[in-house]
Write a protein that binds this ligand. Structure first.
Ligand code: BG6
Length: 484
């Protein structure tokens, strides 16, 4: 499984993502023996730092974010030796690219550029790479989300990058696709005909997709306040998960077969008129509350200087997918910061039995797919209540935890995806038309929100979002998983 020596160039190398996710992921794969000291990680950012100073920063980040593995000082030292650092301000034409050219002498190696910068820099950076003759036939480029802030800006970025890289060399990353539980949806659905038979409007009453977090915006306030939950989570992660839940079976697991099926789902999402936004979208912002029994401040205090902001930190959306499989089945999507629990999960609520013959009517069964934490499945079925008189039934759960079943340590999604990019496996990356289709659906919602057609409602930190979130489902006679 050893990967041939490669060059990996990270732009935005002093940023949060590089320190928290990218370099820890590389360290883990290095430790696992997936690549050797022959690889080169060339780190680029604006700060005027020496290599030594940069490595020191990385060392302390790795001690924090890969604390288990970085205890092994010998491995850590060998890993740090692979890293180089070049200060470049890509917006300045007189920046010195000489050290990058020198580091990238070997034209035949796999070369991956990773852009972890502001998306507005993607196209100018590609132009600079071309100007400095750094793009070879073996080159690929990885683009972090968000690709733009609207359909127009996404198209401009895609055009700008597409001028220098062919589509098959452009890897748009969505780390949710790297999650084991998200990939397992393919196995669950398409390797289990019995489940796939139920996976449609005949058997399913509704579908819930939740990505709840307990963290606030932390130090990312400046970015987040421009994005909000809709751009930060819904446009990419939630819609990708929705695609994996709702798509039809691809002809194969090839990148294009998968992406074609996902694209059909995005195109089949019912477009939202302003009226529909008013009725089907809830936006919230956290105020002070308690998380794990500790008081935490509200969003405006987190932003600093007690600023007020119209940015949503929570969204819930009710939508439908216009396909024969899904007919009238509502899909509820929700995500938020500072919620009651960290929980990424999918719930497929089954339909009620048509003719009740028991003393009581239990709530219908459901399948719960936990993506994080504790990846696993839980199938809730009705069962005879042994303690009750008469023929009463009640719900009982069949539980499976992947970790117990497979006793392996789960890789972080970035570990999987970074090395997929190096190996040239694009299946878990997003194609241009998918990004644009997502924006096409999201944009009318964002527009309506801008015109305040969906009010921003406060919710206390540590709750499940604004109170009206319950009413959104109650309308269909449904309830959120935590209320069941
Ligand atoms: C990122 C968002 O893409 O995903 C963050 O920018 C969010 O705001 C994160 O916290 C959530 O990822 P995960 O893997 O912890 O669910």
């Amino acid at each position: 499984n050893l990967i041939e020596p490669f060059d990996f160039i990270i732009f935005g190398a002093t940023g949060d993502l590089t320190m928290r996710k990218l370099l820890p992921a590389f360290l883990r794969r290095f430790h696992a023996g997936e690549f050797t000291d022959d690889a080169r990680l060339i780190c680029i950012a604006r700060s005027e730092l020496t290599v030594e100073k940069f490595r020191q920063q990385v060392r302390s980040a790795l001690k924090e974010f890969a604390s288990d593995i970085s205890k092994d000082n010998a491995t850590l030292d060998r890993f740090l030796a692979i890293l180089s650092y070049v200060p470049i301000d890509a917006t300045q034409p007189d920046s010195d690219w000489g050290p990058v050219r020198d580091a990238l002498k070997d034209q035949d190696r796999t070369r991956v550029f990773y852009l972890a910068t502001a998306p507005a820099l993607y196209a100018p950076l590609c132009a600079a790479l071309a100007e400095h003759k750094l793009i070879t036939r073996q080159s690929r480029i990885v683009l972090e989300k968000p690709i733009g802030v609207s359909l127009k800006t996404a198209t401009e970025i895609n055009d700008g990058v597409g001028r220098y890289f062919p589509e098959e060399s452009i890897y748009r990353i969505d780390h949710y696709l790297g999650k084991e539980g998200v990939q397992n949806l393919l196995a669950l659905r398409f390797a289990n005909p019995v489940l796939e038979k139920l996976w449609c409007a005949d058997a399913i009453e509704h579908v819930q997709i939740t990505a709840a977090e307990t963290v606030g915006v932390g130090t990312r306030g400046a970015y987040y306040d421009e994005s909000g939950a809709m751009r930060d989570m819904v446009q990419n992660h939630l819609l990708q998960v929705l695609c994996m839940v709702a798509m039809d079976a691809p002809a194969s697991l090839s990148a294009d077969d998968l992406r074609n099926e996902k694209l059909k789902v995005l195109n089949a999402l019912r477009p939202m008129t302003p009226d529909m936004v008013r009725q089907n979208v809830i936006r919230g912002q956290y105020i002070a509350g308690r998380i794990e029994d500790k008081p935490v401040p509200g969003y405006s205090e987190d932003l600093g200087h007690d600023r007020t902001s119209n940015t949503e930190t929570f969204v819930a959306i009710r939508t439908k997918i216009r396909t024969a499989r899904w007919g009238n089945v509502p899909f509820y999507l929700r995500t938020g910061k500072r919620m009651a629990a960290k929980s990424t999960e999918i719930v497929l609520q089954f339909k009620q039995q048509v003719w009740p013959i028991f003393t009581n009517t239990p709530s219908p069964g459901r399948l719960v797919i936990r993506i994080a934490p504790d990846e696993g499945l839980s199938l809730v079925v009705a069962s005879k209540d042994p303690g009750a008189g008469g023929f009463r039934v009640r719900n009982a759960a069949l539980n499976m935890s992947y970790e117990n079943q497979f006793t392996i340590e789960y890789q972080d999604s970035y570990e999987r995806l970074l090395l997929d990019a190096v190996r040239g496996n694009p299946a878990l990356f997003i194609r241009r038309d998918e990004v644009e289709a997502s924006w096409r659906w999201i944009e009318p919602i964002l527009d309506s929100c801008r015109h305040s057609l969906s009010q921003l409602e406060p919710y206390p930190a540590g709750s499940w979002g604004p109170a009206s979130t319950r009413a959104l489902l109650a309308r269909d006679g449904a309830m959120w998983h935590e209320d069941m």
